[in-house]
Ligand binder design. Structure first.
Ligand SMILES: Nc1nc2c(c(=O)[nH]1)N[C@H]1C(S)=C(S)[C@@H](COP(=O)(O)OP(=O)(O)OC[C@H]3O[C@@H](n4cnc5c(=O)[nH]c(N)nc54)[C@H](O)[C@@H]3O)O[C@H]1N2
Ligand SMILES: Nc1nc2c(c(=O)[nH]1)N[C@H]1C(S)=C(S)[C@@H](COP(=O)(O)OP(=O)(O)OC[C@H]3O[C@@H](n4cnc5c(=O)[nH]c(N)nc54)[C@H](O)[C@@H]3O)O[C@H]1N2
Ligand SMILES: [Mo]
Length: 749
């Protein structure tokens, strides 16, 4: 894209960009640049979805961007793996050598022996990884999606035929619910919505075992026992239906399976649900009445349910069914069902999924056991969605169709069910973000080839064979990628604020160029017609730009940098939903076809008595906190000053009993491993659980083994387990929260 900017008299240029410091929609920002450096980043409040100026990360962008801990040149390992001895090489050499090794592995063990790891969405380049893998012939892309957003979106697509989009309307919307979500720490745009809802006089409901800031501000706080959301939603429905508070006409016209659901609800009377959830019967009744009386309403569901096996999918389904039976879905002022922007080429259409053969799809690791968020489920869902949207459907494979990470790590270690010999890690840090770090570490070290593409050093990079420097969002043209998914039919485009290559300083490539570069070396030269990331935008935006009479991306960015098409209400009445039955599926035909219970239920996990006895606490691991994002930014001094140490929240009563004082270092221990975090005493939750932070490592500590930047000291995933038997039976998600998270704590000397 041609460079353009708004010059100012003082030499500061203002570039319009899209911030990807987190996983949010991608916020429109203005980047002030002078002398090749970021001076300031300001959130662009002109953009219709930009959430005010409440996020701290943009203010620290310059410190991050110009930090010496950034990766600057391709590196090749020279010593032992993990010895921190590197040779600087050029991009061509790196890509040539990696491609040759991948080809050897493909010849010897099959394309499926090559896997990729991804984290949360970090830009609109995700389709490129999937495209590469489809063309290469491997179904084994795994990563965070299995426990983050994938379960929610697959439930939405299978149940509603599209993503569910809050449609808050003053005077119409009566309530906003945050269910297992704390946007005060982790979601600037939802937090903005929550404040706006309160200002407009809407009621607010928070479902959370902790007394968070939103819980403090809510009209109704439901303090359930962790991991029991499915039972709670079923119990609330039981009361609503028993009291006749459901929307009969809506249910009759728009839903499928209510009669069977009604029978299922008999299993969840208030007394039983009170016992499971730890709530009183009167609280349940009060909440059910409050919920039914305040419709239509909007709701944001967080990832707590996705992290709480074995009830993840059924909890998410139950919560969504609860919203449906009171008639708050597909109505103005409630939630609408979104589709992708109609004139935009979606991620799904860019992935070349049709190029991966049925034989290779059938080899996807874990997909025989966990069939919903992998090819079997995804194929059923996309068949439905394609009837409405054709190729430009919203269910991108990178968000809805993954190999099972725990199964893949075990395949690396054991060669079963077949060998996995190479892993390309990009925009993820599996040694911190996956469960069971010890096992992940052993698996990664057993590989023939480990490549990491990242913006900074990480513990995962430290044990890699090749470490490649990725351009940050400030160094590439970006785009708000939710345009594709339909969760927000907004197309936003930003420009490159800083050049990715500065001779003598650094030589970075964006993720798209990396995947393309690898692809063209592996026989895919005809399949990557767009040479640069910017060219992919031009291709994907062509229809929108033509409608506006624009000739280039440059013009698009220079005029209005976004295009917003609000989702349509009443899709059910206008042509039906993109589900098998054309209705909201309270009873899921897709789960039924996959051999799962098509109605929601709650399973009480079986915990061995010795675990209950020796590990008496439950650990809610990984609640969000500012200013960090997962494992990032620990190296940036201005971030670290705001939050220097890993924190475990412990109830005062428990601390008193265990002789722990505020600020003490405390061991958190499970049969899998133990780490230390610093105690912060609290009374905002029940005394029998603790709240730990995830993502902690110490960039100031030695890079080489065994330290790996202090990987083993406070990284909570050293204590978590990813055993497939503990995973959600439908999605395969592994536990980070919920009823499997038994642990014990003691003061560290
Ligand atoms: N115990 C516990 N564990 C958890 C969670 C929890 O709640 N508890 N949460 C889970 C969830 S929901 C998620 S989504 C995962 C997140 O898992 P990950 O996404 O793997 O975690 P991050 O630490 O964000 O790692 C992202 C890496 O991408 C790099 N990066 C940033 N931008 C770019 C880019 O543009 N290109 C490239 N190539 N690299 C880039 C960053 O420097 C960083 O090293 O963690 C999961 N892990
Ligand atoms: N600062 C910051 N922001 C982030 C991120 C980050 O790493 N740092 N990560 C981003 C990503 S990838 C994600 S997925 C989102 C996640 O965003 P959220 O879903 O908001 O994530 P959490 O803060 O982990 O969890 C929300 C709430 O769920 C509650 N909870 C725990 N267990 C249960 C339960 O069993 N039931 C219910 N109902 N509630 C429970 C917790 O107490 C917590 O208050 O945040 C995004 N934003
Ligand atoms: Mo996430």
């Amino acid at each position: 894209m041609a460079a353009h900017s708004t010059p100012r008299a003082d030499g500061v240029e203002v570039k319009h960009s899209i911030c990807y410091f987190c996983t949010s929609k991608g916020c429109a920002v203005k980047v002030q640049v002078a002398d090749g450096r970021v001076k300031r980043v300001i959130i662009d409040t002109e953009c219709p979805v930009t959430p005010g100026v409440y996020c701290v990360r943009p203010h620290l962008a310059g410190d991050y961007q110009h930090h010496p801990f950034r990766l600057s040149y391709p590196l090749k390992r020279v010593g032992e793996r993990g010895a921190n001895q590197w040779q600087q090489i050029g991009w061509d050499q790196a890509l040539d050598e990696i491609a040759a090794k991948l080809e050897d592995i493909r010849q010897r063990d099959g394309a499926e022996a090559v896997a990729t790891s991804s984290g949360t969405g970090r830009g609109a380049h995700d389709f490129a990884k999937t495209r590469f893998m489809n063309l290469f012939g491997s179904p084994n892309r795994f990563g965070a999606v299995t426990i983050c957003y994938g379960p929610r979106s697959m439930v939405w697509y299978s149940m509603f035929g599209g993503a569910v989009v809050p449609n808050r309307k003053p005077g119409v919307t009566k309530m906003m619910t945050l269910w297992g979500r704390n946007p005060h720490e982790g979601g600037p745009s939802s937090w903005h919505s929550f404040q706006e809802a309160k200002k407009a006089g809407m009621r607010t409901l928070v479902v959370d075992p902790r007394h968070t800031e939103p819980a403090r501000q809510a009209d109704c706080w439901v303090q359930l026992r962790p991991g029991t959301d499915a039972a709670l939603a079923l119990g609330l429905m039981h009361i609503i239906v028993a009291e006749g508070l459901h929307d009969r006409q809506y249910i009759e016209q728009r839903t499928h399976g209510f009669a069977e659901l009604r029978v299922r609800l008999q299993d969840y009377p208030p007394e039983k649900v009170a016992q499971i959830t730890g709530l009183s019967v009167s609280k349940l009744v009060e909440t059910a009445r409050f919920f039914a009386a305040n419709q239509p309403s909007t709701m944001v569901i967080g990832e707590a349910a996705e992290h709480s096996t074995p009830n993840s999918i059924q909890a998410i389904r139950a919560i969504n069914i609860l919203r449906a039976i009171v008639g708050s879905i597909d109505v103005a002022g409630g939630c609408l069902i979104g589709g992708p922007h109609p004139d935009f080429i979606t991620d799904a259409a860019m992935e070349a999924s049709e190029r991966l053969s049925p034989e290779q799809r059938a080899k996807q690791l874990g997909a025989d056991r966990f069939r919903f968020l992998s090819y079997p489920g995804w194929e059923l869902v996309t068949e439905q969605l394609q009837k409405k949207w054709g190729e430009n459907h919203p269910a991108a494979a990178y968000l809805n169709c993954m190999a099972h990470a725990p199964t893949a790590f075990r395949a690396m270690l054991t060669g079963k069910p077949y060998p996995v010999r190479a892993l390309i890690v990009s925009a993820s840090n599996p040694l911190l973000s996956q469960g069971n770090t010890k096992l992940v570490h052993a698996a990664l070290k057993s590989l023939d080839l480990l490549v990491t593409l990242d913006t900074t050093w990480t513990p995962t990079a430290a044990i890699s064979d090749y470490v490649l420097p990725a351009a940050s969002w400030l160094e590439r043209p970006e785009m708000g990628n939710f345009a594709s998914v339909g969760a927000y039919p907004l197309v936003q485009v930003g420009e490159t604020a800083l050049p990715p290559v500065v001779p003598g300083q650094h030589d970075r490539k964006d993720d798209y160029e990396f995947w393309r570069g690898l692809g063209v070396r592996l026989g895919q030269q005809d399949d990557w017609p767009w040479e640069t990331f910017a060219e992919t935008w031009e291709y994907r935006l062509a229809a929108i730009m033509a409608a506006r009479g624009q000739q280039s991306l440059h013009e698009f960015v220079k005029s209005k940098r976004w295009d917003l098409v609000p989702p349509l209400p009443d899709q059910a009445l206008n042509g039906g939903l993109a589900t098998t039955t054309g209705k909201i599926e309270l009873k899921s035909t897709i789960l039924e076809q996959l051999g799962y219970d098509p109605l929601p239920s709650y399973i009480e996990p079986e915990i061995p008595p010795e675990i209950r006895r020796d590990y008496r606490f439950l650990n809610i691991s990984g609640c969000r906190f500012r200013p960090y994002h997962h494992s990032e930014f620990r190296h940036v001094e201005s971030f670290r000053r705001l939050h220097p140490d890993p924190i475990v929240e412990i109830h005062v009563d428990a601390a008193l009993r265990l002789g722990i004082a505020d600020g003490d270092w405390v061991w958190i221990e499970t049969p899998t491993g133990r780490v230390k975090q610093r105690a912060r005493l609290s009374t905002g939750f029940d005394p029998w659980f603790i709240v730990t932070q995830h993502g902690w490592w110490f960039p100031e500590k030695p890079a080489e083994e065994p330290s790996l930047y202090g990987l083993w000291e406070s990284n909570i995933n050293v204590t978590t387990d990813d055993d497939p038997d503990l995973c959600d039976p439908i999605s395969g998600g592994w536990p980070f929260k919920g009823l499997y998270m038994h642990c014990r704590i003691k003061k560290a000397e």
